[in-house]
Design a protein around this ligand. Structure first.
Ligand code: CAA
Length: 696
């Protein structure tokens, strides 16, 4: 017997227990063990088989680490068919998360029971594939076509109660999976219950699959797997036999398995988990954080306070005046009301979070007991240094002092205190209680346990937490500035902002750079441009149409007009007809003769700028690994997950082609398009960015 599956006889029942921590993934040893277990049960006269998992879960799915490698027998689809075909009665008892291949093994069993807390689902589309072990054929047979389509195309996890209601499981019982499974199997045997194979059930009803396919494709913004999965479910309804349906599912599965999107999504899955594992923090204990201070109650400060409250941390928020403090409280209450409305918290929790858990004050003395403070005041070095001087005076020894600056030098801020070892950057993204990204910015003197505390806080707030060194804009904003510039250059040279936005959303971003500028407020970027102007390199090309728009008082959504015109009651904007004239004027003043750009060239330039700057960020050690950049762009900037991140995308396109294009663009503008030394090195050595992630 394989060690991954333990075999035991309890009366007439052969018990197969999965023991493959941490999540009982269906790796080759587990599959071998299940097959051997079924065969042995048949040989030694058992009448029923119980399958369950030891530890925290039933099988959480196929072993994702095996994807892309040569498959090893027995394969999961064949194993599921073998389980289903046995003359013995097979019962699966589920707890934890029965996902993907896990739920498929359960569907190949003849009866299913689960504990009340069990969750189940077919999340394969989120990994760029589809349920490939009969899930697209068996689920619609038990749950109906519509319910199966919904579960398979979204990958949503459902509760045991919902699974019971949908007919996916037969029973819910409280207790240990082994005990409830054994009792159920004994009962079935006592009743003389028949073997009940889902594959032998009638085909599910057909629906308008073409319409569902189109709608799913559109919703996926370029992601293919959910739409392809629709075709597999279609085969369940329309193929001439169950076996023919399985065959079609297999073909479609293999198509997706070979796709770049599958590689991108799997990269995202593992990187999301690897990103917050820092070797330098091995054995470093974080400081205890049982309460938090926030300085400044604007949108950002209120968002940070909301995130902390929702994570169970009491908050003391400091504002400058009583009116500002009251407004900050109002913002936090508004955020929490949103959480209440969406059912994330109860009325009782709302009352507690806006009552005892939240203090707003105007005196820094109120911070004397907090363990960690995040400053979120106006982005100005003088103001920040003044705040940190006060924090130094009022906070207890050992308190972590964090700044939420997006661009400023954290070393300089730390120098305003007598305890720079306690100072760190915690760069949240607005709205901070919604956005998943947290950049933890390490200053020169930051103590290791303070860095560990930043990561522990990120985990507690359920953020994807990424380490960044110090530079202008840290990882994310620095890269964003580069690709935004590339977008402005193509517009100055002849593309329209609307073409750029369309191309960028076509790639899978939720918004293009010009619509994004309108949303964030063009004046914010205008101020940053003015700040940088005196130190700007004279070789830098500077498009002026952006400023011209701002000079006319058009700041985007908040003034009703920017690159787009926004009408009340209408979602999104329509192109602002005045913009073309501003661009033409800019071109004339700068002596630019506009030319046409194909959509492909617009995208290529945008992406090359992003990859090149990202390579500089990694090469300079601002980000430790390419995957750190990828996760920043995924969780902070809307980069499409199915490409895995800009550096994974670059690997998939081929780094030599990207470098060649950057060199070609450099012939027009050698200052902006300076190839990153790391990119040149990787190309020279024939390596990928991903090769730098290994061993992390
Ligand atoms: N294969 C391999 N490793 C897996 C895995 C899988 N299916 N699922 C989780 N792991 C690993 C994680 O990488 C992590 O490893 P490290 O500790 O080394 O980082 C460890 O198990 C624990 O995982 P989490 O940190 O995510 O733990 P959690 O308790 O927060 O969540 C979970 C557990 C809900 C199962 C979550 O891990 C998850 O969603 N896993 C993916 C489930 C999935 O997508 N299954 C479908 C697989 S595809 C399939 O089955 C295809 C098919 O039909 C043939």
């Amino acid at each position: 017997m394989s060690e991954a599956i333990a075999y035991e006889r309890v009366g007439d029942i052969a018990v197969l227990k999965a023991q493959n921590p941490p999540v009982n993934a269906l790796g080759v040893d587990v599959r071998k063990g299940l097959l051997a277990g079924i065969e042995r049960a048949e040989q030694d006269g058992a009448k029923a088989v119980l399958i369950y998992g030891e530890g925290k879960t039933y099988f959480a799915g196929a072993d994702i680490r095996e994807f892309g490698k040569p498959p090893q027998e027995p394969w999961l689809p064949g194993l599921c068919s073998r389980i289903e075909a046995t003359p013995l009665i097979v019962v699966s008892a589920m707890h934890g998360t029965a996902l993907g291949g896990g739920l498929e093994v359960a569907l190949a069993s003849h009866y299913r029971i689960a504990v009340p807390s069990a969750k189940m689902g077919l999340p394969e589309v989120n990994l760029g594939i589809l349920p490939g072990a009969g899930g697209t054929q068996r689920l619609p047979r038990v749950a109906g076509t519509e319910a199966a389509l919904e579960m398979i195309t979204t990958g949503r996890h459902i509760s045991a109660a919902e699974a019971l209601e949908k007919g996916i499981i037969d029973r819910i019982e409280d207790g240990a999976p082994r005990e409830i499974g054994l009792a159920y199997a004994q009962e079935l045997l006592a009743q003389g219950a028949p073997r009940r194979a889902v594959g032998e059930m009638p085909a599910p009803e057909a629906v308008d699959f073409d319409a569902v396919y189109e709608a799913t494709l559109k919703k996926g913004r370029g992601q293919l797997s959910p739409a392809v999965a629709v075709r597999a479910v279609q085969a369940a309804a329309e193929a001439e036999s169950f076996e023919a349906g399985l065959k079609r599912e297999r073909e479609l599965f293999m198509e997706l398995m070979d796709s770049d999107q599958r590689q991108g999504l799997i990269h995202a899955f593992f990187s999301e988990r690897a990103v917050s594992k820092l070797p330098e923090l091995d054995g470093v204990a974080p400081r205890d954080v049982a309460s938090m201070g926030v300085i400044g109650g604007g949108t950002m400060g209120a968002g940070i306070a909301t995130a902390a409250l929702l994570a169970g941390l009491p908050v003391v928020l400091i504002e400058m005046t009583d009116e500002a403090a009251a407004a900050a409280r109002g913002r936090i209450e508004g955020n929490l009301k949103g959480a209440l409305k969406r059912g994330k918290i109860s009325q009782e929790q709302y009352d507690q979070l806006t009552g005892d858990a939240l203090t707003v004050a105007t005196d820094y003395a109120a911070l004397s007991a907090v363990d960690l403070v995040v400053e979120a005041v106006f982005e100005d070095m003088g103001v920040k240094r003044e705040v940190f001087g006060k924090l130094d005076a009022h906070c207890k020894p050992g308190a972590v002092l964090a700044t939420n600056t997006s661009y400023l030098d954290v070393d300089e801020i730390a120098a305003a205190t007598s305890r720079p070892q306690d100072v760190i950057g915690l760069h949240f993204f607005s709205p901070a209680h919604v956005m998943k990204l947290l950049e933890v910015v390490v200053a020169e003197k930051t103590a290791p346990e303070v860095l560990a505390t930043g990561f522990a806080l990120g985990k507690r707030l359920k953020k994807v937490t990424v380490r960044s060194g110090i530079c202008d804009g840290f990882i994310g904003n620095r890269i964003m500035n580069a690709y935004r510039k590339a977008a402005e250059y193509v517009v100055l040279d002849g593309a329209s902002p609307y073409q750029v936005d369309k191309v960028v959303t076509g790639f899978g971003f939720p918004m293009g750079p010009f619509a994004m500028g309108d949303l964030a407020g063009l004046d914010i970027n205008w101020a940053a441009r003015k700040r940088r102007a005196p130190t700007r390199d004279p070789r830098e090309r500077v498009p002026r149409f952006y400023e011209m728009l701002c000079e006319g008082g058009d700041f985007g959504q908040k003034t009703g007009k920017g690159f787009y015109v926004y009408e009340e009651g209408r979602r999104g904007g329509v192109p602002n007809p005045e913009v073309a004239a501003l661009i033409a004027k800019d071109q004339e003043q700068q002596g630019v003769s506009p030319r046409e750009f194909s959509d492909a060239e617009v995208l290529r330039r945008y992406m090359c700028a992003m990859v090149n700057e990202a390579a500089k960020v990694v090469g300079e050690g601002i980000a430790r690994r390419p995957l750190d950049v990828d996760m920043v762009m995924l969780f902070g900037y809307g980069f499409p997950r199915f490409w895995g991140g800009p550096l994974k995308w670059a690997d998939l396109q081929g780094l030599d082609g990207i470098l060649a294009d950057i060199r070609a663009y450099a012939a027009e503008d050698g200052f902006f398009w300076q190839p990153a030394p790391l990119l040149e090195q990787l190309v020279a050595e024939g390596r990928t960015f991903d090769s730098l992630n290994k061993g992390s």
